[in-house]
Design a protein around this ligand. Structure first.
Ligand code: 5CA
Ligand code: ZN
Length: 415
């Protein structure tokens, strides 16, 4: 699948050094990425049945910060993102609105690309759709089946059996989210699982292959004519493009369980290796006290803000103003404050001379390398801009260096 165009990136000489992030599985801050060479990142992509809202944007900006922080530390980044371009929510929305499911997916993917490019998010190295990845998925299912951890479950109305992954085959099942069985059961039912389906060995076992249902799309494969389950899609795509173990698996915190728990279990069972060194999650963005979600319809869309003439750099700053792990609610005041901040920073970098940039650059790097602390990085730029505007400073390199650093590290253009 084609991703989106690479935005211009500010010129900043990389400075090697360790990057740390919070890993949900171990419950602590861990070093993420190698000393030199290539860092490997997988971030779960959209299910393209509705437009990009600020919750999605926040999640992709979080991992854009990690990407930029790693690059600034002198690393290459192999960044893989999927698109769940066939799954129940997409088919249900297409049926409900009377549009062709493929057209719906194509339109929403295109809108997402446009939104990401406008927000200056660096594109993934590999952008892989579920549909185009079906051979990878069926290979992995066949491998798990041979090892005895995939089993058939009869369809309620007859026809070939669906296939399920037996997560209890994995003694470490539960280690990503660290939840109790009771909590897992509630979330599994809420987030696309089917704990009560007859014929399953364990309530947590998850669907990996759904045989064709009447009126639904399906692909002919050695496992039958059907379509992939959700979790196995990401496990297979990640393994193909990033290898058995990679540095960070990321997404919004609603993916911790069951999605990433299942992916990790499937991978461990197939290869014996841990899928990711760190599992990193962004908080949930809400509106009026409720999680912003396509299914609830309480959305603020990136495309709508853009159509209203809002500068995407201000949207970026509004989102970066909260630490990525926080849950928070969008308000128009956050956008106004971000627009004011952007204007102040732009005024400061237009000065012919300003404060020396070195301490600011050091503070920005330290903040980002310490669990992507964007609010602290913004505060460092605020301090520089405030002081440069308030007093006569004589460093002509200050303004251009800060402008390049803000562009390279925060993805915000002050031009
Ligand atoms: N296609 C799957 C992942 S494989 C999926 O969850 N798609 S999604 O379109 O529902 O979500 C895309 C990403 O946005 C996920 O990482 C999800 O955690 C994140 N996300 C969804 N809603 C919010 C929200 N309100 N706040 C923050 N992130 C969100
Ligand atoms: Zn995923």
């Amino acid at each position: 699948m084609q991703s989106w165009s690479v935005p211009p990136v500010g010129k900043l000489e990389p400075e090697p050094g360790p990057v740390h992030v919070y890993d949900a599985a171990s419950g602590g801050i861990r070093r993420a990425g190698p000393d030199t060479g290539t860092a490997r990142l997988y971030v779960c992509g959209i299910t393209p049945y509705d437009a990009t809202h600020l919750g999605h944007a926040n999640t992709y900006l979080t991992f854009d910060l990690l990407n930029r922080t790693w690059r600034d530390a002198g690393l290459e980044v192999n960044y893989v993102q999927n698109i769940t371009d066939v799954d129940d929510p997409l088919l249900e929305r297409a049926t409900a609105t009377g549009v062709d499911w493929q057209q719906l997916a194509a339109d929403q993917i295109e809108l997402f690309r446009t939104d990401m490019a406008a927000l200056r998010v660096l594109p993934p190295t590999v952008y892989a759709g579920a549909v185009e990845s079906i051979p990878l998925v069926t290979d992995l299912i066949a491998e798990l089946q041979q090892g005895g951890s995939v089993y058939p479950v009869p369809q309620p109305d007859g026809g070939p059996d669906d296939l399920y992954f037996r997560c209890t085959a994995d003694p470490k099942f539960g280690s990503v989210s660290g939840l109790s069985a009771e909590e897992m059961l509630t979330l599994f039912a809420e987030r696309g699982g089917d704990p009560d389906r007859p014929g399953k060995v364990d309530p947590f076992d998850c669907l990996v292959w759904l045989q064709q249902r009447p009126g639904e799309p399906a692909w002919e494969t050695p496992l039958g004519t059907g379509r992939p389950g959700w979790h196995i899609e990401c496990t297979a795509i990640a393994r193909e493009y990033l290898g058995e173990t990679f540095d960070v698996q990321g997404g919004g915190s609603d993916l911790t369980f069951p999605h990433h728990e299942m992916c990790a279990s499937q991978a461990r069972t197939a290869t014996g290796a841990e899928l990711a060194q760190s599992y990193v999650y962004g908080g949930m963005v809400g509106l009026d006290g409720e999680k912003m979600s396509k299914s609830k319809g309480n959305l603020v869309l990136v495309s709508q803000l853009r159509a209203d003439g809002v500068d995407p750099n201000a949207i970026r700053l509004a989102l970066l103003g909260q630490h990525y792990r926080e849950d928070w609610s969008w308000t128009p005041e956050l956008l106004t404050a971000a627009e004011e901040r952007l204007a102040r920073w732009r005024e400061a970098v237009r000065l012919e001379s300003g404060l020396n940039a070195d301490p600011t650059l050091t503070a920005m790097r330290a903040a980002l390398r310490n669990d992507l602390d964007a609010p602290a990085a913004l505060a460092a730029v605020d301090a520089w801009a405030g002081a440069s505007l308030a007093m006569d400073s004589d460093d002509p390199d200050g303004p251009p260096v800060v402008a390049q650093a803000v562009d390279a590290l925060l993805g915000v253009s002050l031009a």
